[in-house]
Design a protein around this ligand. Structure first.
Ligand code: HEM
Length: 668
């Protein structure tokens, strides 16, 4: 049984800085002494230049090593961003500035367009080569169960040899900076290339894991949950969860009906008073309450707590910030996600900003206060039942058990259970709410689409009755709207993996930029993906790529999903449409989500027929900046009325205030 590893990011940072800022001066001072040179007043300058030169030459050495390796393998290195300042610091600063004001993921798109390629190496700040040694120590326990590849690697052997304690002090700490090799974590690859994304997620799955850097960022929030683990723990979570998402569990829509009806009664109320409602917040509550009942048999009952009020409720970290205990939970959940995103943007130096405290710790504590009672109850039930001679948890037969009870049967560790609960809530709340929010936004922007959807609902399901499984599966246009929303606004717009210790080869690029300067021969070459390297992939950009989707890729056009060409293209190129990911880690909740979203839309459209954006209610600072409309701007930013933004999932900044108008219902 694993106990959670405390996030040791400060020690890792210390070693990185030690390696970058202390070793070079020590070497220089030895050289100066040996040569009996006294630079006098120039000493500080000399040391500064030496530190910089050390970093640059390590980078140059790693580059040339990579080029040689690529040549040997008949590949080419991933093209590199070339900034004006050493370590591409200017690029980092520009990106950090742009993240605040630019359209979602536009920062990356601009780089791809500038370099005319779909996979790029950012190579910022010479990487964090010291990190892996500390990280190996920290993941030592993880790796016993999580990373067979790491276990048998050269790094691991070095580690074992070096792990002897001298006078109670681990010699490893002394060795780390001296032996770290410059190629480790030197690069950061970004890609919107459908071939490369498909390789990372599916065909080359074994070469990647979620990785150390991501675990470090997410440890306090997601801990031992499925999104933060690899190999054996991940498999254990997946095997426990999978049976709950089998197709035959969704034929009965009682749970969806219960929470849909609660949600719609809020909308009835606001419609009766001609008031707008904050749809993103409401849909998050709906998704959370339904998932908590489905998975844990417990209703978190967030739909009963107070809702955001127009013009009054301030902006929270993502959407609205309501001021009650549910609000505290939602804010903690959102704040922690925003902080994880910030850490990812800053890169391996993020602990510098959190030297005196892990900013996610207080949020994790608020979240635990909500989840711990559930965990405690499940474990107590299990113990009570075993004490009565009943075997595992107190609910038989096995088919009737909730996911939480199954989890409690598989482990006694409350932290693993709590972390997995949180992962499931995150997986089900923010994604489903995101799709329903953007569909509402699109129905408001394109009333003709809403009318078409409603007509289909009335034709197949009538205007009152609860739809059956068969009926909702006949709604082709609604499905097309959902898929188009998942394409244009994927709830997971970007994602991260790390290559394991051995380098591997990306297949040739997807030819999005056929006019690039490369020789024809190079275009067909694979690309070298270095070992221990972060790769950020960007499904939102792939799914809006004109080379794959045609000139109207930025437009919201559900009809494309009714054309047979689209489906056959997607079936032939899995990488071009990946809202639920692909390969061994494909979303477990895909069917649940399609059923839930379709069910909800049917019930919504039976009662409401017009959706009107209430932009005047959007909190200050949440509307798109004026420069998005400037001449020469590309993509959707020119016509977006709200501000799509990305943390771990996509959301609308400040939420989405909408007036829902009731349809006149004629009884038949
Ligand atoms: C529209 C709704 C949804 C979308 C777009 C979506 C998307 C995704 C994506 C992209 C991943 C891969 C994440 C990664 O590998 O880093 C994922 C994984 C996962 N999703 Fe979903 N999801 C949705 C709904 C749900 C729901 C409702 C549940 C459960 C109630 C769920 C449970 C999971 C789980 C447990 C994983 C982890 C799988 C693994 O790592 O093996 N998802 N989802």
């Amino acid at each position: 049984m694993l106990s959670p590893q405390p996030s040791n990011f400060r020690a890792r940072l210390f070693m990185d800085l030690f390696s970058a800022l202390i070793i070079p001066p020590v070497v220089l001072s030895l050289v100066l002494r040996l040569c009996a040179i006294r630079p006098g007043r120039l000493t500080p300058l000399l040391y500064l230049i030496f530190i910089l030169g050390w970093a640059i030459s390590k980078g140059a050495y790693a580059s040339s090593k990579q080029r040689r390796l690529a040549e040997q393998l008949g590949a080419r290195p991933v093209p590199c961003v070339v900034g004006k300042w050493p370590g591409n610091i200017d690029i980092l600063l520009k990106m950090m500035g742009s993240f605040k004001t630019s359209y979602v993921l536009d920062v990356y798109l601009q780089l791809f367009e500038e370099y005319q390629c779909t996979t790029l190496n950012l190579r910022i700040l010479w990487g964090d080569n010291g990190a892996r040694w500390v990280a190996i120590r920290r993941v030592d326990t993880w790796s016993r169960v999580t990373s067979p590849a790491l276990q048998c690697s050269r790094l691991r052997d070095c580690w074992n040899q070096a792990s002897h304690s001298v006078y109670g002090f681990n010699i490893h700490f002394l060795l780390m900076p001296c032996v770290s090799s410059p190629e480790a974590r030197f690069d950061h690859i970004i890609t919107m290339d459908q071939e490369h994304i498909n390789f990372v997620l599916s065909t080359g799955f074994k070469h990647f894991w979620r990785g150390r850097a991501q675990k470090e960022r997410m440890e306090t929030l997601l801990g031992e949950g499925i999104f933060n683990r690899d190999d054996d723990i991940w498999k254990m979570h997946r095997n426990t969860a999978r049976p709950f998402f089998a197709r035959d569990r969704f034929t009965d829509f009682e749970i969806f009906e219960h929470y849909t009806s609660k949600t719609l009664s809020h909308l009835d109320h606001t419609a009766a008073h001609d008031q707008p409602c904050e749809a993103q917040d409401l849909f998050s509550r709906f998704a959370l309450d339904a998932a908590s009942e489905f998975l844990f048999g417990e209703n978190l009952d967030t739909l009963s707590a107070s809702l955001p009020e127009p013009y009054r409720t301030p902006m929270g970290p993502k959407g609205s910030a309501t001021q009650d205990t549910w609000g505290d939970f939602a804010n903690a959940f959102d704040e922690a996600q925003m902080n994880v995103t910030k850490r990812a943007r800053i890169g391996y130096l993020w602990p510098l900003l959190e030297l005196f405290g892990d900013r996610n710790r207080p949020h994790a504590e608020v979240i635990s206060e909500w989840l711990d009672p559930l965990v405690k109850k499940a474990l107590e039930e299990k113990r009570r039942f075993s004490a009565n001679g009943g075997g595992e948890s107190g609910h038989s037969p096995a088919a009737d058990k909730t996911f939480l009870q199954h989890l409690a049967d598989s482990t006694e560790n409350p932290i693993i259970i709590r972390d997995q609960l949180l992962s499931m809530l995150l997986a089900s709340r923010d994604t489903t709410a995101c799709v329903l929010t953007f569909i509402t936004y699109m129905m408001a922007m394109h009333p003709e689409i809403a009318t078409k959807m409603r007509n289909e609902v009335l034709e197949h399901c009538g205007s009152h009755t609860m739809p059956t499984f068969d009926q909702i599966h006949r709604l082709k246009y609604i499905r097309a709207v959902i898929d188009e929303t998942l394409r244009v606004f994927p709830p997971v717009p970007l994602n991260v993996r790390e290559s394991r210790s051995m380098p591997c080869l990306f297949p040739p690029s997807d030819r999005t930029f056929p006019d690039s300067q490369l020789q024809d021969q190079s275009k067909n070459q694979p690309l070298l993906m270095p070992g221990n390297t972060i790769v950020t992939f960007l499904p939102l950009l792939t799914q809006r790529n004109k080379a794959l989707w045609g000139e109207d890729a930025d437009e919201f056009r559900p009809e494309r999903w009714l054309e047979s060409e689209t489906k056959s293209k997607c079936n032939a190129n899995f990488g071009m449409f990946l809202p639920f990911s692909h390969g061994p880690r494909i979303c477990i909740g895909k069917n649940y989500a399609y059923n839930e979203m379709t069910f909800f839309l049917v019930r919504l459209l039976q009662r409401f027929d017009r959706f009107e954006l209430a932009l005047d209610c959007q909190p200050e600072g949440s509307l798109p900046p004026r420069e998005w409309r400037e001449e020469g701007r590309k993509g959707r930013q020119r016509f977006e009325k709200v501000w799509p933004s990305a943390a771990l999932t996509l959301f609308i900044k400040g939420g989405l205030w909408v007036k829902f108008h009731k349809a006149e219902i004629h009884s038949h």
